[in-house]
Design a binder for this molecule. Structure first.
Ligand SMILES: C[S@@+](CC[C@H](N)C(=O)[O-])C[C@H]1O[C@@H](n2cnc3c(N)ncnc32)[C@H](O)[C@@H]1O
Length: 281
């Protein structure tokens, strides 16, 4: 099965991702790339509607040439219109090409001249074998890598101070949802929340120096409500797909938690991890 992502969903998540992404790793990427010959060649895997270059390009030295890789032509068209005018750290507009490509073979996406391979919100969809192929390809090419917004498998509701709210039903629902995340999304049995561990192991095995930082979404009650509501609605759909026999329980849970979000009583925290990996000298 191949996963499709809606423009609306990507538009909802873009500002939350931009708020959550770890700036120190973006700065490490900037420093790590400074000595490379220019223009910098950057491959963005699963580029979607272009959120990653829109966030990252202004942190990095220029000139930059981005290769935006995705299998969805509609998203690529949207990306192409949204990265026009995005500038590098020196104020020069970035250059880019949109590549319609299936990511089943990471080697095709990461060309021999790549300086930085990157992705945002992709790596929970891939398998452990794919992750090792990715790290192998990055090592072969000698590029650095910045992987952001990789889910760590945890989400929970929060109160006004960000305090965790999770009853037995929430915990049972979470583990049902984690089973859904492990389904094949087109790139093998998906890692879901196990992605950060697999990513770390794959790049360490290939001799990269690794730096990691958490990048959770912290959606406090009453904040980013459209995103929080879209999240619980998406969880409900996934849960019904995973366990249709538990529909009554899932619907009751969903109605209750959705009402809490709508009333501004509940927020949501979703765990993510960012990672920068540099080839050893
Ligand atoms: C969660 S979205 C993230 C999009 C974007 N990076 C962002 O941060 O908004 C995952 C992206 O991966 C792409 N994708 C998923 N599976 C793919 C595959 N097998 N080949 C190419 N692209 C794929 C989807 O089309 C989608 O654009």
């Amino acid at each position: 099965m191949s996963e499709r992502f809606e423009c609306d969903w990507l538009a909802l998540r873009e500002p939350a991702d931009a708020a959550a992404r770890d700036r120190t790793l973006a700065a490490r990427a900037r420093d790590g790339l400074a000595a490379r010959p220019k223009p910098l060649r950057i491959a963005d895997l699963g580029a979607g509607s272009g959120a990653n270059p829109r966030f990252l390009a202004p942190y990095l030295p220029g000139p930059q040439h981005w290769r935006l890789v995705d299998h969805d032509p509609q998203l690529l068209n949207r990306a192409a219109s949204r990265v026009v005018g995005v500038r590098d750290a020196d104020g020069t507009p970035i250059r880019f090409e949109a590549c319609r490509l299936d990511l089943s073979d990471p080697s095709a996406a990461i060309t021999d001249d790549t300086d930085l391979a990157t992705a945002s919100a992709l790596l929970d969809l891939v398998s452990d074998a794919w992750m090792h192929a990715l790290a192998g390809r990055c090592a072969e090419v000698g590029c650095a890598a910045l992987w952001t917004m990789t889910i760590d498998g945890d989400w929970h509701f929060t109160g006004p101070d960000g305090d965790r709210i999770q009853d037995g039903d929430d915990a049972a629902i979470l583990s049902l949802y984690q089973a859904h995340q492990a389904r094949d999304k087109g790139l093998g049995r998906a890692l879901g929340g196990a992605a950060p561990k697999s990513l770390r192991a794959a790049f360490a095995d290939h001799g990269f120096n690794i730096a990691e930082a958490p990048s959770p979404w912290r959606l406090l009650p009453g904040q980013r409500q459209p995103l929080a509501l879209a999240l619980v609605d998406g969880w409900r759909d996934a849960l019904l797909e995973q366990a249709p026999e538990e529909a009554r329980r899932i619907e009751a849970w969903w109605r209750n938690r959705r009402a809490g979000i709508q009333a501004g009583r509940l927020g949501i925290e979703v765990g993510h991890v960012d990672m920068f990996a540099e080839p050893s000298p």
